[in-house]
Write a protein that binds this ligand. Structure first.
Ligand code: PEP
Ligand code: MN
Length: 338
């Protein structure tokens, strides 16, 4: 940690910073320059409260040297981590496509969706039984009944299931139903109590990026889960809020190589919630895989125009088959498989 004092700082103010560092278990190295005095804190940076230092008189800025996240950092674990979801590996050489409807609606809809997912060659299925809808008057999800429909449909094709957890009180129900992968949605990326609770179980977690979250905040959110003991975390870039209105969210392709460098955990991309239109999904998927994504989370509905949620962005089963064919060519070109 480096503490930069302002231009007209006094000796008393410098002494106060040094004393405060001592109470935090650190030694101080004071370097007096012509224009500025800079104090280097020596010791365990994780024990230093940056805000407490920032509030002291004469302090202009406090800069961390160490990364504020540890377990999820690549410096902590050099090799790529592979996360196993019900026997399917995310993070290896194979690009995994998790496909399925936005929401679980009915048993026939889920049966048809699961058949479509399997027929396209995808190995994992998505579907929300609890939906975070912007309006309280729209369909909120089929709830626990939805989890049962989802399991029945997916089991027929041996597809592990990925589904969103919104409320910490439902975690036990998710565990009882042996949900293979818990999705934490964009609106809950910084729901720290929820993150801490999923950190206490071993179920893999897909952590979507908050719609206005920085990469650093996203990494810290993952650290909350990891700190509880659950290291089975997959990052999912799903587009961020921007000034643009032509599409739903702006897919941050740059986040993929940045994350691959900063963390050893797998990174996947949701092209459906990024573009918000089915016709954008193929282009965004290809960009994501080309940039190094370990997988995709794609919305597919047996009959998109009848979908109860996110109808505009869902592929139909045939479009999913085509997407997989396109991605097969792309993965061959970059030495990966699908
Ligand atoms: C979803 O995957 O259905 C969803 C609601 O996504 P997000 O949290 O990214 O909006
Ligand atoms: Mn959706």
């Amino acid at each position: 940690m480096i503490i930069i004092m302002n231009g007209d700082t006094t000796d008393a103010q410098i002494e106060q910073v040094v004393a405060r560092l001592k109470t935090m278990g650190c030694e101080a190295n004071v370097s007096r320059g012509i224009e500025r005095t800079v104090i280097g804190a020596i010791g365990d940076e994780s024990k230093i409260d940056k805000e407490l230092l920032q509030a002291l008189p004469g302090v202009e800025d406090v800069i961390r040297v160490m990364k504020p996240y540890k377990i999820v950092a690549r410096s902590y674990h050099k090799e790529d981590t592979v996360v196993d979801i019900g026997g399917i590996k995310i993070g290896g050489n194979t690009v995994q496509v998790i496909a399925g409807p936005c929401s679980v609606e009915t048993q026939p809809q889920m049966d048809a969706a699961a058949a479509g997912v399997a027929a396209a060659g995808c190995r994992l299925m998505r579907g929300g039984a609890f939906k975070p809808r912007t309006s309280p008057y729209t369909f909120q999800g089929a709830g626990v009944e939805g989890l049962k429909m989802f399991r029945q449909a997916a089991q027929a094709h041996q597809l592990p299931i990925v589904t969103e957890l919104m409320d910490v009180r439902m975690l036990d129900t998710f565990l009882e139903h042996e949900v293979d992968c818990i999705q934490i949605g964009t609106r809950n990326m910084q729901n720290f109590d929820l993150l801490k609770e999923v950190g206490r179980c071993k179920t893999p977690v897909i952590l979507k990026r908050g719609m206005s979250a920085t990469i650093s905040e996203w990494l810290m959110a993952a650290e909350y889960i990891a700190a509880g003991g659950n290291h089975n975390i997959i990052f999912c870039e799903r587009g961020v809020r921007s000034f643009e209105t032509y599409y739903r969210n702006m897919l941050d392709v740059t986040a993929i190589p940045v994350l691959k460098r900063e963390t050893h955990l797998p990174v996947i991309v949701d092209p459906s919630h990024a573009g918000g239109k089915s016709w954008m999904v193929a282009a965004l998927s290809k960009a994501a895989v080309a940039a190094g994504a370990d997988g995709l989370l794609v919305e597919m509905h047996p009959s998109p125009c009848e979908a109860w949620c996110d109808a505009d962005q869902a592929l139909d089963p045939q479009q999913l088959v085509q997407l997989m064919a396109d991605l097969r060519l792309l993965t061959q070109a970059i030495g990966r498989d699908i």
